[in-house]
Design a protein around this ligand. Structure first.
Ligand code: NOJ
Ligand code: CA
Length: 550
């Protein structure tokens, strides 16, 4: 794995929502280019862009209709070339988000594939006849309904793990693999620095397509969809045919990857991926009913999950540390405090930037954005939220219960446009935004945060600087301190002689933390609040985060 990828601070942009440059209400590439100085100033080293390829946008770009072209709303290839070269001028690397598990139903391959049973593209996807008057098996889609959709032209069903406009590619077919290799090389040859690989553990299917004993989506993903029989062969193939020829960084979306499998994806000797990111810490506030089954956060579990995965990765494995992305509610609303909003936002950013692994800051989290509050289902835009709503009502649930859960978990919260100012549309667009801005823009926006030395933004910037100045924070090992008060996460980062002691109080309470480390000439490097201590104890304030050199 490249050293820059380990040390780099990553930032994820959801391009539709970052900056609109032409007044059509949709963020675009030129808009992002105009904000590169903001990112460079924050200290960002690597940007991951959610998909910018041609797409009819049934799932906002995660349905690609042409792997080698730019989505019309995003701009042109010339705009992309400019963005790439302007990013590189500022020493910022660019990762594209590529979807290799499925395409759009409007991709030329699928149009051909569905046209007849003997079309040369037929085997680019999975087609099956009906079984006893029903779909070929009982699997259900991650986004709603059966994974099988019947197409009238040939009267057969095709497979789609997500919405029906996202048919799954058949990786068993060597021609599919070759097409994808060529597409990946096309972008790397242009100079992009790597990829975030969408739902990569799902690409190898169990082609017997057995019925499942349970239709619980979590069960289906871990038992039937993820980690298929030829998965590691395919990942190795990508390494051999693509990654190894470039100085690139590959980050897999580790959906359905169990903790004891992670090494098989990322150990250097496997020659598969550099790293993947898991979802285990997002299970601490959801029940068995899945994403919209919300329960209170179990903070002890939350803390222990970070340590467990770090240990599973071991010295030769490298992970990702993140608390939010475009598929999740805002981290501050989910794991932070309603009472100490800004301090908890700082602390959560501090977790991201003090743990071992490449940190990813999701756009807007550097200014402490929180969830929007929606009151009506018509205000939501996200296909997953809307489909889950239909299922919830069909199963007898109430509208109010669903809205309450969606106000924590809907993907829309992370997708509201970036508030640059407190103007009507937050300086995001001169037109009408594709998704309404979060009204909090009048108090939480970039302009205001830049002016306030005590803002979340300035704290994040200081954290990033600290990470760059201290090898132990960037690449050091992590030694958990387990003898610690409830909801207080403490650990030591070690690299050679350098040792840093990190404390995060994830609670609304003040806590006394007794520690012998205070006697070891502990020197405070950074905290979000004033430090109070005596020779034996640190008196942590609610949501205090602190980093000491010892
Ligand atoms: C994971 C992506 O992050 C999500 O946004 C998308 O809907 C699914 N994969 C399907 O591509
Ligand atoms: Ca635009």
């Amino acid at each position: 794995m490249q050293d820059w990828a380990k040390r780099g601070v990553m930032y994820q942009i959801y391009p539709r929502s970052y900056q609109d440059s032409n007044g059509d209400g949709i963020g675009d590439l030129k808009g992002i280019t105009s904000r590169l100085d903001y990112l460079a100033d924050l200290g960002v080293d690597i940007i991951w862009f959610s998909p910018i390829f041609s797409s009819p946008n049934y799932d906002n770009g995660y349905d690609i209709s042409d792997y080698r072209n730019i989505m019309q709303e995003m701009g042109t290839m010339a705009d992309f070339d400019e963005l790439l070269s302007e990013a590189h001028k500022r020493n910022i690397k660019v990762l594209l988000d590529v979807v290799l598990n499925h395409t759009s139903s409007e991709h030329e391959w699928f149009k051909q594939s569905k046209s007849s049973t003997d079309n040369p593209y037929r085997d680019y996807y999975f087609w099956k006849p009906e079984k006893d008057g029903a779909p070929p098996n009982n699997w259900i889609s991650i986004f709603e309904g059966s994974v099988w959709e019947k197409d009238d032209i040939t009267d057969e069903y095709y497979l789609h793990y997500f919405v029906k406009q996202q048919p799954d590619l058949n990786w068993e077919n060597p021609k599919v693999r070759e097409e994808l290799v060529a597409a990946l090389r096309f972008w790397l040859d242009k100079g992009v620095d790597g990829f975030r690989l969408d739902v990569i553990p799902l690409i190898s299917k169990n082609i017997d397509f057995p019925d499942s004993d349970s239709q619980n989506i979590g069960h289906l993903i871990t038992t039937h969809y993820a980690n298929g029989p030829r998965l590691h062969e395919y990942l190795h193939f990508l390494h051999d045919r693509v990654w190894k020829d470039y100085n690139c960084f590959t980050v897999g979306e580790g959906v359905g990857v169990p903790i004891d499998e992670i090494k098989n994806y990322v150990s250097a000797d496997r020659k598969e991926l550099d790293t993947i990111y898991h979802f285990a810490h997002f299970e601490v506030d959801t029940g068995t009913g899945g994403k919209f089954d919300c329960i209170p956060v179990d903070y002890e579990k939350f803390i222990s999950i970070f340590y467990a995965w770090d240990q599973a990765l071991g010295d030769d494995g490298w992970g990702i540390v993140y608390l939010g992305n475009h598929d999740l509610g805002r981290m501050t609303s989910r794991f932070g405090s309603k009472k100490y909003v800004a301090e908890s936002a700082k602390l959560l950013n501090s977790i991201i930037l003090t743990m071992r692994g490449t940190p990813i800051i999701y756009m807007g989290d550097e200014i402490g954005m929180t969830n929007n509050q929606y009151s009506d289902i018509t205000e939501f835009n996200d296909v997953q939220t809307l489909n889950s709503y239909k299922v919830h009502i069909y199963q007898g649930g109430t509208v109010d219960d669903f809205i309450e859960a969606a106000n924590i978990q809907s993907r829309d919260h992370a997708r509201t446009p970036m508030p640059w100012t407190d103007e009507t549309h937050g300086g995001f667009t001169a037109g009408t935004p594709w998704l309404a801005l979060n009204p909090q823009k009048s108090t939480i926006n970039v302009r205001q945060q830049l002016q306030d030395d005590h803002s979340v933004y300035h704290f994040v910037k200081a954290l990033i600087r600290l990470r760059k100045e201290n090898e132990a924070l960037a690449i050091g090992q992590i030694r958990p301190i387990l003898d610690t008060p409830p909801r207080v996460m403490q650990f030591i980062r070690v690299h050679g002689e350098e040792r840093l002691w990190v404390i995060h109080n994830l609670s609304d309470e003040s806590v006394e933390v007794q520690s012998e480390l205070l006697n070891e000439n502990a020197e405070l490097l950074l905290s979000n609040q004033e430090i109070m201590n005596d020779a034996d104890s640190l008196y942590c304030k609610p949501w205090q985060t602190a980093i000491f050199k010892i």
